[in-house]
Ligand binder design. Structure first.
Ligand SMILES: Cc1cc2nc3c(=O)[nH]c(=O)nc-3n(C[C@H](O)[C@H](O)[C@H](O)COP(=O)(O)O)c2cc1C
Length: 213
């Protein structure tokens, strides 16, 4: 996977992916429709002053140069932030992250302690998870480290938000408490996922697909 902070991938830097490669010479980065800079009059750039350090550089035919679509493709970003007491919620977060990555989303999976708050504002999707703590039948709530993370979080209204939790018996008031803590900090969460074993179910996958759509 490419560097996770990278949000825009230029085809001119990806060898062979989108047709003739024009990156690496003086026409690199020109948009094919940008007429403000002039292409060589004869299909060949002058050899004399163009070099890549290993000798004169032959330009591809200008027809290829200018037709080469220097496309810029925005890669969506997701951050999965979890709080896990004994590892199950971490596994769930990692499975969610793997699912998003497989769909071409640049995804970071981090614990609440590892999360760099500065990365949140730039995300398209924010998936926040915490294990269910309570009295098993009543009073479920996210634990204090998760709540502290949310308190410290800057208002992050851009990303679409999903919540996830793991539990044994009943999630009860867990999601309402998570939502209450996030009120005013993020957009209203659009999805809630829960699991007993930390594995992504087929239903979870369908719900995530809808969340991304
Ligand atoms: C102190 C404590 C309280 C818990 N309270 C609940 C609860 O109220 N409801 C529930 O379904 N599971 C409850 N559980 C079970 C955990 O939510 C469940 O095992 C979860 O998967 C643990 O996630 P983790 O491995 O990421 O810490 C509790 C577990 C502990 C240790």
């Amino acid at each position: 996977m490419r560097a996770q902070s990278e949000s825009v991938v230029s085809a001119s830097h990806r060898e062979g992916l989108d047709g003739p490669i024009v990156g690496g010479h003086k026409y690199a980065g020109l948009h094919p429709l940008d007429r403000s800079q002039t292409a060589p009059a004869n299909d060949r750039a002058p050899d004399s002053n163009v070099t890549d350090g290993t000798g004169p550089l032959r330009m591809p035919p200008a027809s290829l140069c200018w037709l080469d679509p220097v496309q810029e493709r925005t890669v969506k970003k997701a951050i999965v932030v979890y709080r896990s007491h004994s590892g199950v919620t971490r596994r769930y977060g990692e499975e969610i992250g793997a699912f998003l990555t497989a769909r071409g989303i640049a995804t970071q999976v981090v614990s609440v302690g590892e999360c760099d708050m500065a990365t949140l504002a730039d995300a398209d999707y924010l998936l926040l998870g915490c294990w269910t703590s309570g009295l098993f039948v009543i009073r479920q709530h996210p634990d204090e480290p998760w709540l502290a993370f949310v308190r410290e979080m800057p208002a992050t209204l851009r990303p679409s938000v999903a919540l996830f939790t793991t539990y044994q018996l009943r999630t009860g008031s867990q999601f309402p408490k998570m939502r209450a803590a996030l009120a005013g900090k993020t957009a209203s969460p659009r999805l809630e996922l829960k699991s007993r074993d930390g594995h992504l179910s087929a239903a979870d996958e369908r719900n995530l697909e809808q969340f991304l759509a």
